[in-house]
Design a protein around this ligand. Structure first.
Ligand SMILES: Cc1cc2nc3c(=O)[nH]c(=O)nc-3n(C[C@H](O)[C@H](O)[C@H](O)COP(=O)(O)O)c2cc1C
Ligand code: SF4
Length: 689
């Protein structure tokens, strides 16, 4: 197939300073939870994106000097020449497929607590350090000598980046995370000298450093600037109109303007709160202020939306972080006329949670993400089929769908049997909840891909028992039978069932998702702490209930701070009039009343409610597995080599865990048993002492 001419514009070459990008696909900087601990894993991930056709590929933010670092986070470092080989790995992997390699230099300023280096943090003005954990540390105001040092450090970091092989260096002045933004914003720059006050003064450092970086490496490398479009922190913040003034004032200063939204949470807004191209109004018109190319972001997954951004003169480059994680092959798929094959990002921000927890990032849609080096997984290529022929997958939720798809691609004869009447399992139900419709892409993508495979048959409305499965005689059986919510309150606070005399109607998320709703005063008890409690409170408030959300945590939907949603969830609940009660657990239901206790003091309180919604924990639906396991001695005679429980049925977790489990099952079928060996490669053990 060939490219749809409507998208030709996306494949035009564009000049960036001394360089030419081969097309308009630009992977903006993004972290991956691997950082300096797993550089080969990150390099292989970037290399796969280069193979997928991106013209420009950046590393994550890279600390450029030890006097400003963001421990405990493990982002890349380019502190001195010893860091060059690690960074060179990234540049080399990107160059292997003819893409331009970029690195983003960060001097964290007021965001760098320096917990590791123990240096005194430096910022435009003296103030407490601003981090997610409000570290009890302050920055001191930079002197003129410090500013001279900072200029020299940037020049030297650029030279190191060039030695490492990078073509582009991006200076970070966005998301509140870089010292340039701290100088630009009157919220963080209260200086009275030539670096504070007027916009010209506040942008002086930026101008000096960009000019000096260009002087150092600009003959062969491009210097780009990543700028927040609006700081979104109130009146003192750097506003969108000031951003425009700045760009007009320094129109030709950087080789490219890379425009991002306000805070990181604004910029990487989840689909629950932000649509595709949500930043369009903030970017529109900026291109007219500068002859330099402009990059913008907006969770772009639709080639039509991308082409429109360019055709209507809003952007020169389509900047992508999450869409490039979910599908590193977007450019190639568009180029080859395979738009239906794009694995669209669902905007869940699980990838960000890997960075926030410094583990290794997962992607709900792309289970191979960050496993390219660790496990040798490629997002578009499966390992060849093994010796067996047939596999039965029971359950068409995220794990079952992914297992069937990946097995089908390997060449097995696959039957996917689903007890319900639609594909998707939990995703089919959850996509109907407020703000979660994009999550349905987990099912939609796989449904279409499966429809293209002649060796996979799907049977809906097909509830199987142990006898059926033993009679069929498939060589392998994967049970992806999902999970259900508990009604007895067992989760983190209650480790045994909560006292409940049954005097109040009590519902679980499963019942609400099946369309049974309580009315009147509803108490939602959330001891799950991810999205479900907040989403159901939102649903019920929108249906006219008087909702109280009660949680033992200090924050509503506390774990969503890892997906950058927590503040938006709380704000939405407040807007909807939901009463939020924090630090309290539902202790018992008795005599038609709910009683809670303060998790610190144990003090009790009674809540008048007409119904309780219990968002506690889930248990795997493993009854079928138990039946089959009890009859394991029959398997061999029936021609069955293995039966495995996978996904939520084995261990309930976010959707990304389920797609990963399905994919892993498919990858590992018929592969040699590795016994007690580690199932992935590690890099730290390869350091020679
Ligand atoms: C996992 C992850 C890590 C990110 N890390 C960075 C970073 O290191 N530097 C940066 O400027 N932006 C970072 N971002 C923000 C992205 O570059 C981008 O601006 C934002 O996600 C919006 O683009 P998207 O809708 O295409 O994801 C990160 C985003 C994600 C998803
Ligand atoms: S984890 Fe979710 S938000 Fe991140 S890239 Fe994958 S699908 Fe998109």
């Amino acid at each position: 197939m060939s490219r749809d001419p409507r998208y030709d514009i996306l494949f035009e070459p564009v000049e960036i300073g001394p360089l030419t990008a081969k097309n308009r696909f630009y992977q903006v900087p993004h972290c991956n939870g691997g950082g300096y601990r797993d550089p080969s894993a990150a390099a292989a991930m970037r290399g796969v994106k280069a193979e997928g056709g991106w013209a420009v590929i950046f590393t994550e933010q890279t600390e450029m000097h030890h006097s400003s670092e963001i421990a405990p986070y493990i982002e890349l470092q380019l502190w001195d020449d010893d860091d060059v080989p690690i960074l060179a790995k990234m540049a080399d992997a990107i160059h292997e497929h003819d893409a331009l390699a970029g690195t983003q230099l960060t001097y964290a300023g007021v965001n760098g607590p320096n917990l590791y280096s123990r240096e005194i943090p430096l910022a435009p003005s003296a103030m407490p350090i601003r981090t997610y954990t409000s570290d009890p540390v302050s920055a001191r105001a930079m002197t003129r000598r410090d500013i001279r040092d900072l200029r020299r450090w940037h020049r030297n970091a650029c030279l190191r980046a060039k030695t490492a092989g990078f073509d582009l260096v991006c200076l970070y002045a966005a998301h509140g995370h870089g010292v340039f933004q701290h100088f630009l914003s009157t919220a963080t720059n209260q200086r009275g000298d030539e670096y504070g006050g007027s916009l010209e003064n506040r942008s002086r450092l930026l101008r000096e450093i960009v000019e000096e970086c260009k002087d150092a490496i600009g003959d062969s490398c491009a210097i780009t600037l990543r700028l927040s479009l609006v700081e979104t922190i109130g009146e003192l913040g750097f506003s969108n109109s000031e951003v425009r003034d700045l760009i007009e004032m320094h129109a030709e200063l950087p080789d490219l303007w890379d425009l991002a939204h306000g805070t990181w949470a604004d910029c990487s807004g989840p689909s629950r709160f932000k649509d595709e191209a949500a930043q369009q109004d903030l970017v529109a018109g900026i291109k007219a202020l500068t002859p330099r190319p402009v990059v913008g972001v907006g969770r772009f997954t639709s080639p039509d939306v991308m082409a429109r951004q360019v055709k209507t003169g809003i952007l020169d480059f389509i900047g992508c972080a999450r869409p490039s994680i979910a599908d590193p092959f977007i450019p190639r798929k568009i180029d080859e006329g395979r738009v239906e094959d794009i694995r669209e990002c669902i905007g869940c921000n699980i990838c960000i949670s890997g960075d926030m927890t410094m583990s290794i990032s997962r992607c709900t849609q792309n289970p191979a993400f960050m496993e390219e080096w660790r496990k040798g997984w490629h997002p578009e290529k499966m390992n060849p089929k093994g010796d067996s022929e047939s596999v039965l997958v029971v359950g068409a939720g995220p794990a079952g769908l992914e297992a069937a798809l990946a097995l089908g691609k390997r060449g097995y004869q696959v039957v996917l049997a689903e007890a319900g009447t639609e594909l998707g399992g939990r995703v089919a139900r959850e996509r109907r909840l407020p703000g979660l419709s994009a999550w349905g892409r987990v099912a939609d993508y796989r449904e279409y891909q499966l429809s293209q495979l002649a060796n996979v048959d799907i049977y809906l409305d097909n509830k199987l028992g142990a006898d059926d499965i033993l009679d069929f005689g498939f060589q392998h059986v994967a049970l992806a039978t999902g999970s259900r919510w508990r009604a007895d309150g067992v989760s983190r606070y209650h480790v045994v069932p909560m006292p409940n005399d049954g005097s109040l109607p009590l519902m679980t998320p499963d019942e609400l998702m099946a369309g049974e709703y309580p009315a009147g005063r509803v108490l939602v008890f959330d001891d799950d702490h991810y999205y479900m409690g907040g989403v159901l409170a939102e649903l019920l408030a929108a249906r006219g209930c008087e909702v109280t959300l009660l949680t033992p945590a200090a924050h509503v939907s506390a774990w969503t701070s890892n997906t950058l949603e927590q503040a938006s969830i709380h704000a939405r609940l407040v807007e909807l009039g939901v009463e939020v009660v924090l630090n309290r657990a539902l202790a018992r239901i008795e005599g038609g009343r709910a009683e809670s206790v303060c998790v610190y003091s144990g003090r009790g309180r009674t809540h008048e409610a007409d119904a309780i919604v219990m968002v506690a924990s889930r248990v795997g639906n493993d009854a079928l597995w138990q039946d089959l396991d009890a009859r394991a001695d029959e398997w061999e005679a029936r021609g069955i080599c293995s039966i495995r429980l996978i996904g939520d049925a084995e261990s309930p977790a976010p959707i990304a865990w389920a797609t990963y489990a399905g994919h892993r099952y498919a990858r590992e079928l018929d592969t040699p048993d590795i016994g007690d060996a580690l199932p992935f490669r590690r890099e730290v053990t390869q350091i020679k002492y």
